[in-house]
Design a protein around this ligand. Structure first.
Ligand SMILES: [Zn+2]
Length: 237
């Protein structure tokens, strides 16, 4: 009698961020394999961004099949609160994706289910399942990218609240007279603590400064990476 051997399984994970599109094959044990990324360039036409997302998924499908993994699903995370088709009503960091039903434009095996989730919620649930050494039932995760994402796990479940957005801390108002946020309000947490906020603060501080020489005299060349590089090199601004 032949013995059945279960094939190794994985899911394809896609992260639509304001700065980068990333994808990886993730095993059932939470191992991240073959992480690949492309620039989001959020001011492009939506078709160009979707084409890159399809390219990343196809690359992961190839990788998984070559290694004998069965792809059990595709999980796509984004800022905002995507519906079952990946449609998000407000995406300040990637405005061209507003109200786009991403699922309808994906090229993929039709047998493979696709799930969409808010990036902060997915981060919190991933931490709950795989991340923590000591099991806890309640936790909060903050994700620092172009924006400030967040997710809350309460009693082992993602806390969504009655309107589905209860874990969103990035647009909680910290100071009504604070800096303008990409969402249109002022003084949100995200307008102080995010990659975007870091760049805005650096631009203000460097505006009339000789320090800008270090940025090739180009204020638009300032990114979180260049700021970190300068700080490590001893630049106090
Ligand atoms: Zn905001």
């Amino acid at each position: 009698m032949s013995k059945t051997v279960d094939k190794a399984q994985c899911v394809i994970a896609v992260d639509i961020g304001g700065t980068r599109l990333r994808a990886a094959s993730v095993t059932e044990y939470g191992e991240i394999r073959h992480l690949k990324q492309r620039k989001t360039l959020p001011r492009r036409y939506v078709q160009a961004i979707i084409s890159d997302i399809n390219g990343l998924i196809e690359e992961q499908e190839r990788y998984s099949h070559e290694r004998g993994f069965t792809v059990r699903g595709i999980g796509i995370i984004s800022p905002g609160y995507p519906d079952v088709d990946g449609r998000v009503s407000i995406t300040p960091n990637i405005p061209c994706l507003t109200n786009v039903p991403i699922k309808n434009y994906l090229k993929k095996d039709p047998a493979v289910p696709v799930l969409f989730e808010n990036d902060g919620n997915a981060g919190a649930y991933g931490e709950y399942i795989f991340g923590q050494k000591k099991k806890v039932r309640h936790l909060v995760v903050l994700t620092l990218g172009t924006g400030l994402g967040s997710g809350v796990v309460a009693d082992g479940k993602i806390a969504r609240g009655t309107e589905g957005v209860s874990g969103e801390l990035g647009h909680v108002t910290l100071n009504p007279d604070g800096p303008q946020c990409l969402c249109g309000k002022s003084g949100c947490l995200e307008s102080y603590f995010s990659g975007f906020a870091l760049v805005q603060s650096a631009k203000t501080l460097l505006k009339d400064s000789r320090h800008l020489v270090g940025y090739k005299n180009n204020i638009e060349a300032i990114t979180p990476e260049t700021i970190a590089e300068k700080a490590r090199g001893g630049d106090r601004i």
